[in-house]
Design a protein around this ligand. Structure first.
Ligand code: PGA
Length: 265
């Protein structure tokens, strides 16, 4: 199976402070220098307080970085929020939007997520839109309905010329984090196929097929390659298994070798 390009990244959630983030990034940078010219998009989304230090550390490197959340207004009376202008100033290229924990712990709705997507686009950032059904929705057999609502609402108002700045992560809630069960490769691929079809319905064949679709939810060293080998999966959005730079680097190298994308710098 050949792929033209892979997307491999991590969100460090609320775990690493400045020192841990910097040492993680330094190590990851060094361990992946040999893939800098390979067709892979490597990215890390650390905590807000670490972004300035992350920017110093990753300046000019092959690793993109961004934030785990974004506010939809440029400024205003929004105590505790961080605006797209501030993220841009800190050097962020990516804004993660609608992670399962934001939806289900922080109560973000599809309408709010849509405003954030539009803000990311307005500021020329990559909007990494996360979608996925809960365990209950899966049991009720409404996975496809849920994904369709999340996609059509989340991308409302995003034009065909703007959607090139969108990446989608399929992260079913039941698969994420401690206690999560990874989706089987077949299940993940089927959901990705459905997401792809929805994007093609929205944006047409050419544009809809070019939007990167990443899988996330208990990805580890044992299942990463089989997931990536599925036709509808363009990349992996990894939590726990990527927080150790050595381990993340192993997954990155295996992936590039498996898909014959490794090219020396
Ligand atoms: P996990 O997290 O890989 O630790 O399950 C994935 C995510 O929340 O993006």
């Amino acid at each position: 199976m050949r792929k033209d390009k892979l997307f491999l990244g991590t969100n460090t959630k609320m775990y690493k402070g400045i020192n841990d983030t910097v040492s993680f990034l330094e190590k990851l940078k060094e361990k992946t220098l040999d893939v800098a010219d390979s067709p892979v998009e490597l990215f890390v989304l650390p905590s807000f307080t670490t972004l300035y230090s992350a920017a110093q550390c990753l300046a000019g490197s092959h690793i993109k970085f961004g934030a785990q959340n974004i506010h939809w207004e440029d400024q205003g009376q929004f105590t505790g929020e961080v605006s797209p202008l501030m993220l841009r100033e800190a050097g962020c290229e990516i804004a993660e939007i609608g992670h399962s924990e934001r939806r289900h712990v922080m109560g973000e709705t599809d309408a709010v997520i849509n405003k954030k997507v539009l803000a990311a686009i307005r500021h020329n950032m990559i909007g990494l839109l996360c979608v996925g059904e809960t365990g209950e929705q899966k049991a009720l057999g409404i996975t496809e309905e849920t994904l369709r609502i999340q996609l059509k609402t989340g991308l409302n108002g995003v034009g065909a010329d703007e959607v090139k700045n969108i990446w989608i992560a399929y992260e079913p809630t039941w698969a994420i984090g401690v206690g999560g069960t990874p989706a089987s490769k077949e299940y993940a691929d089927k959901s990705h196929g459905f997401i792809r079809q929805t994007l093609v319905d929205l944006y047409g064949d050419d544009i809809g097929r070019r939007i990167p679709l990443l899988y996330g939810g208990s990805v580890n060293n044992s299942n990463a390659m089989e997931l990536l080998a599925m036709p509808n999966i363009d990349g992996l959005f990894i939590g726990r298994s990527a927080w150790d730079a050595d381990n993340f680097s192993v997954i990155i190298h295996e992936a590039l070798h498996q898909f014959k994308l490794y090219s020396h710098g």
